[in-house]
Design a protein around this ligand. Structure first.
Ligand SMILES: NC(=O)c1ccc[n+]([C@@H]2O[C@H](COP(=O)([O-])OP(=O)(O)OC[C@H]3O[C@@H](n4cnc5c(N)ncnc54)[C@H](OP(=O)(O)O)[C@@H]3O)[C@@H](O)[C@H]2O)c1
Length: 194
């Protein structure tokens, strides 16, 4: 499967490493906002042996239509930012390209856009795609069913420079929401960690 990545930050790089390692995916390109490392090879940059193209482009070099004409993909994996979707959404839908977005903090307008896209192509959006936290949330729900009076708390900690609210903090319906600590990337500090 040919894949393109939106975003070459902390997570985009980690995802690129996994994709280059997989025999089931072929990394065609990475799009980023700045001109840093423009036209450099992701495998070379990451020090991974690979014959996959994986070239880095800035979004200003091509429109999404030009990019997908010249470097077609089956799936776009988005680890960029809220604004990334606007670049490729329409072209991805028109071409039936699978969209996997891990962007954590879409405003309602963008979420509605994703739902509209899902009418036209396959869309997966997970504000928190991390296996660990999803396992914990499911395990907490199961435990709550078995032992309803169990008091479950999931504590989230982040490095202090993290700029945005994390997907772990995205409100879920009360019935399915384990208790979360108000001190995370966005809440007040947890006095126990003072
Ligand atoms: N779902 C999850 O489990 C999960 C986990 C971690 C992170 N995330 C989300 O993933 C996103 C990226 O996180 P990060 O920590 O990797 O951030 P980051 O280090 O700031 O990297 C963001 C990358 O996206 C690029 N970018 C931003 N806006 C863009 C746009 N409109 N078009 C093209 N490229 C764009 C940036 O380009 P430049 O480098 O050129 O500036 C940068 O390479 C965030 O939304 C974060 O919430 C989700």
């Amino acid at each position: 499967m040919k894949v393109g990545i939106m975003g070459f930050g902390k997570t985009g790089r980690a995802v690129a490493t996994v994709l280059l390692d997989s025999k089931r995916t072929n990394l065609q390109w990475v799009i980023r906002r700045s001109h840093l490392l423009e036209h450099r090879s992701v495998p070379e940059f990451l020090g991974i042996y690979s014959d996959e193209p994986g070239l880095i482009y800035t979004k200003d070099e091509f429109t999404a239509s030009e990019l997908l004409d010249q470097h077609p993909v089956d799936a776009i994996i988005d680890f960029s930012s809220v604004s990334g979707l606007g670049y490729y959404a329409e072209e991805a839908a028109a071409r039936g390209i699978i969209v996997i977005s891990a962007v954590s903090q879409y405003p309602d307008e963008q979420l509605a856009r994703l739902r509209e896209l899902a009418e036209r192509t396959t869309v997966m959006h997970s504000p928190n795609i991390t296996l660990g936290i999803n396992f914990l949330i499911i395990a907490a729900k199961i435990l709550k069913n078995i032992a309803p009076f169990t008091d479950i708390e999931i504590i989230e900690e982040h490095f202090k420079t993290k700029p945005e609210v994390s997907g772990c903090k995205t409100p879920r319906p009360r019935s399915s929401r384990p208790t979360t600590n108000p001190g995370g990337s966005s809440g007040k500090p947890d006095p126990r960690h003072a």
